[in-house]
Structures are given as C-alpha cells and as structure tokens.
Design a protein around this ligand. Structure first.
Ligand SMILES: [Zn+2]
Length: 209
C-alpha cells in the first residue's frame, strides 16, 4: 500500500498556506484498510508538519506508531470514522469565512450556487457547541454525521469535512470556504439569490448520482 503520510503533509502545508486554519489549530487524518488511522500531532503549526511527526492510532484510540502525541481532537475523527464507513479521510480546520458563520451560530445556505449546492448540499449543517477535545464533543460529532453531508460547521469553533480520500475532503473544504467568501460578497451587494426550486431539485438529483 502507498504510504499516505506525504499526502497528509502536503495537505497540512496547503491548509497553512491558504489560511484555511490557525497555527496549530485543525487536524487531518486518513483511515487505512486495517481500521487504523494516521493523524496529525498536537501542538505543531501545520506549515511545519513532516511525515515523522504523524501518529497512527487504532479506531479505538490506541497509539500504534509515532512518537508525538496525537491531536487532542483524535477522538472526534475516530467517532466520524465509526459513524461513516465510507469516510477515508477527515479535515478539521478554522477557515475564516466559514468559521465566521460557525461563530455566529449560523448554518450556510448554498442555494445561490449551483456548484456549492451540488458539493455541499443545500445547507451546511451546524453542530451545536461542545468543549473542544472532550469525549462529549466526539460523541456529539459522531451522532451528527450524515452520509449525504460532507461539510459541517462546529458552533463557536470551526469546520469539518470528510471524503472518500484526502483530496476529496480537501476539495470540499476548499469549496466551502471559497463559496462562503462569495456569499459574503453577495450579502454586501444586496443578498444572494437562491436558485428556483425546480433547478435545485435537478441539482439535488445530479448530486445524488
Ligand atoms: Zn479546532
């Protein structure tokens, strides 16, 4: 099997370069076929992550490889993998525009963009607030997962995306943040115009298969 660690490192550096997360904030993981996962370590700026810093854990949370401490949000990633058998990779990040909606306790209405509504669904759901890095947050996040929603806001915190692989999860995060920036521009010039219901129905069908 191809070593997935260089890809995690590449995506961590992209998250930092594109300001999709704060310094040591956010975390990235890839699930392996043996039901272990590589995760990013705690307390390391995403621009500085190397393959040697990554940690491999079982879906039960036991560390089996790596000398650093796994991200404190590892239980949240593992709860998502247990809830979503099709998830192969997860990104948690703090991109400023989408996180702004999470800080306002708002969902994001994507119905003004044909691309965003196909990729993200008609609305990006908001997971209620719970304390960061706690078991109760992991349980809440796991229970909030839906197979038909790949992006979520976390109230007063940040965002989560998952995909079949890490580029998939990254592309969804990219779409979420850039769409949210364009939504703010629409708001400044009078408000985003949602597509008509029949067009949304056609797009939902396209998204479904
Ligand atoms: Zn966070």
């Amino acid at each position: 099997m191809i070593d997935p660690r260089p890809l995690i490192v590449e995506v961590c550096h992209l998250l930092a370069a594109r300001t999709f997360t704060t310094a040591t904030g956010g975390n990235v993981s890839i699930r392996l076929p043996d039901d272990t996962a590589w995760v990013t370590p705690s307390r390391l700026h995403k621009a500085r992550v190397t393959a040697d810093d990554l940690v491999r854990v079982t879906l039960g949370g036991a560390q089996v490889e790596g000398s650093r401490s796994a991200s404190s949000e590892t239980p949240m990633h593992l709860a998502m993998y247990r809830a979503l058998p099709e998830a192969g990779a997860i990104i948690h990040a703090h991109p400023p525009a989408a996180t702004g909606f999470a800080q306002a306790n708002n969902t994001i209405d994507t119905r003004s963009s044909s691309e965003a509504t196909v990729i993200l669904g008609p609305e990006v759901p908001l997971i209620p607030y719970d304390r960061p890095s706690t078991d109760s947050l992991a349980v809440l996040v796991g229970a909030s997962m839906r197979p038909d929603r790949h992006a979520y806001l976390m109230a007063q915190h940040g965002v989560l995306t998952w995909g079949t692989d890490l580029w998939d999860a990254y592309d969804i995060l990219d779409t979420l943040e850039i769409f949210t920036m364009s939504l703010l521009v629409s708001t400044l010039i009078g408000g985003a115009a949602p597509l008509p219901p029949e067009e949304l129905a056609w797009l939902a069908k396209k998204a479904g298969g």
